[in-house]
Write a protein that binds this ligand. Structure first.
Ligand SMILES: [Zn+2]
Ligand SMILES: [Zn+2]
Length: 104
């Protein structure tokens, strides 16, 4: 379980439903937190996988951590991996890559 800026965000971002494994399929799900990108999205329930990335917490107003999406692509490129063509390593499918990525 990941801790977030406040209790409301923590419970929303970690919410799991008995009936829907996939948050995008669950009408009660509001927030999708991407571990790999460290991004928060408000889920748009249009039957697809759309979300709106948010920079501030809707509940406590705190600025959320910066998205790591660009670094994610940079880091894969540095390793010669094309995420659209090649298999993405397991550590890049959640937040493990962040601890092994070069800090610069
Ligand atoms: Zn549900
Ligand atoms: Zn918050």
């Amino acid at each position: 379980m990941t801790d977030h800026c406040c209790a409301a965000m923590t419970s929303r971002a970690n919410a799991r439903c008995d009936q829907h494994d996939d948050a995008y399929a669950c009408p009660d799900a509001l927030v999708d937190f991407s571990l790999a990108f460290q991004e928060y999205g408000l889920i748009i329930h249009d039957g697809g996988r759309s979300s709106v990335t948010i920079e501030f917490c809707p509940w406590c107003g705190q600025r959320l951590p910066e998205s790591q999406r660009d670094r994610w692509f940079d880091e894969l490129e540095r390793r010669g991996i094309d995420p659209f063509e090649d298999e993405v390593p397991a550590e890049f499918q959640d937040d493990r890559w962040l601890s092994s990525a070069r800090q610069d």
